[in-house]
Design a protein around this ligand. Sequence first.
Ligand SMILES: [Zn+2]
Length: 176
Amino acid sequence: MAVLEILEAPHPLLSQRARDVREDEFGPALAAHLSDMAETMYAAPGVGLAAPQVGDLRRIVVADPGAGEKDEGRRLYQMVNPEIVERSRETTESEEQCLSVPEITVKVKRHVRVTVAWRDPWGAAHQETFSEWAATVMQHELDHLVGQTLYDRASGLKRARYLKSRKKALQAELAR
Ligand SMILES: [Zn+2]
């Protein structure tokens, strides 16, 4: 297991569309990669991580919407080639954060419920309906697979502030 480096916006890989995992890629190596992604997500700490965030342009997501909560709603989802197969008409809006766009929050409108179909790293098919916060997390992570992050959704002003704060952080890093 290993903690991977998380890319930060505006890194060009974060804006690219991920490709499907191929049949010959399922198996132990893929399972190990998803374990690394899960470890990286929990270490951050975060509730979801998509493969493009660690520089891998394949349709892979790990998520544990209940992470950080004390209740028993915690569960690690390891999703390969996830797809939203059903969406509620009803929408909701909440403040979101992203490990690849540190220190900003952006209000995003999402479907209240989504049904996601995916395969696990060994190839088995799964499907589940998520609602409220868990649905928001899934929609946020699936956005990463089409190259969309909170950086793209932020207002021009928020984006400018973000770039300024990242520049400062980078300069402080270099000066050390
Ligand atoms: Zn994100």
